[in-house]
Design a protein around this ligand. Structure first.
Ligand code: MF3
Ligand code: CO
Ligand code: CO
Length: 279
């Protein structure tokens, strides 16, 4: 078992899958309003992926060992839900924070990305700060990516920023290699020490997707077998991009016109390519 290095042709196919996943988030954004149910968001995304994009929604019936098949096409994690929330009949309320996590399969390759949405545009000061710090943490992790850097450099950058803000990093779930399979090696944990872990090489593709809790790091699983919540019921946020290690830096594959810009706290990243913001 080892980390797959993608060929230029495979990277091009990943660019396409990843951009399509980001486009689903752009598409669904205006629908994320008070009163809509997450089941309705799932249906809208499902139909967009299948009918407009000619994609397969990767979560639908996804069944890693030890799990029953995931029943929906997207993940919707609200407030104290950390990840893998199953869309359901409960309407969103003004001030809720919700993560929408989209993974599409196109031409045999997976694109995986998620964003936070503040329902009705107005959340509590804490909710807004948690979403912002988590977004910055993801980008500080991305900024570490280049050939020769190590996975621990990414984890450390994420952890440092989240904990400095008084928040905590979820340990049990992590970023992952991605390509022909949804979850490949390596595991990209969001904590650690610089100069530790696998060394990055040109052509590796993986996600960075920190889950950050406003309270303690501990989580529990709901009886549905999928939904993860914070044990102390504190708010949790997550953002996710898929990235490829380039010859001298990093290319972010899951940007699209409505993806928020690179945050200001991320000092100029040398050799950053954001395949995106236009067209
Ligand atoms: N998209 C999630 C990730 O980022 C995985 C969801 S698995 C599912 O890795 F089955 F819940 F969809
Ligand atoms: Co992922
Ligand atoms: Co995801």
């Amino acid at each position: 078992m080892s980390i797959i290095i993608k060929t230029p042709d495979e990277i091009e196919r990943m660019r396409i899958a990843c951009r399509l996943a980001a486009d689903v988030l752009d598409y669904i954004e205006p629908f994320v309003q008070p009163g809509i149910t997450t089941e309705e968001l799932d249906r809208l995304c499902h139909d967009f992926m299948v009918k407009e994009q000619g994609c397969v929604p990767a979560p639908l019936n996804y069944a890693p060992s030890g799990y029953k098949p995931y029943p929906k096409s997207i993940c919707t994690s609200i407030n104290h839900q950390v990840c893998h929330g199953i869309p359901g009949p409960k309407p969103l309320k003004k001030g809720d924070i919700v993560n929408l996590d989209i993974t599409v399969i196109k031409d045999g390759f997976h694109g995986d990305t998620s964003r936070m949405f503040i329902v009705g545009g107005e959340g509590s000061i804490l909710a807004k700060r948690l979403c912002q710090i988590t977004y910055e943490s993801m980008w500080l992790g991305i900024a570490q990516v280049k050939p020769g850097a190590q996975l621990g450099d990414i984890g450390h950058a994420v952890q440092q920023h989240a904990e400095q803000a008084g928040f905590s990093v979820v340990r049990e779930f992590c970023g992952h290699g991605i390509g022909r399979k949804f979850h490949e090696e390596p595991q990209v944990v969001h904590y650690g020490r610089p100069g530790t872990g696998a060394t990055l090489k040109e052509g590796m593709i993986f996600t960075i997707e920190p889950m950050i809790n406003a309270g303690k790091a501990a989580i529990s699983e709901l009886p549905d077998g999928w939904t993860i919540v914070t044990k102390d019921r504190s708010l949790s946020a997550q953002w996710e991009h898929t990235v490829v290690v380039t010859a001298n830096g990093v290319e972010v594959l899951t940007c699209s016109p409505k993806a928020p810009p690179v945050p200001e706290c991320v000092a100029k990243v040398p050799n950053l390519i954001v395949s995106r913001f236009d067209a």
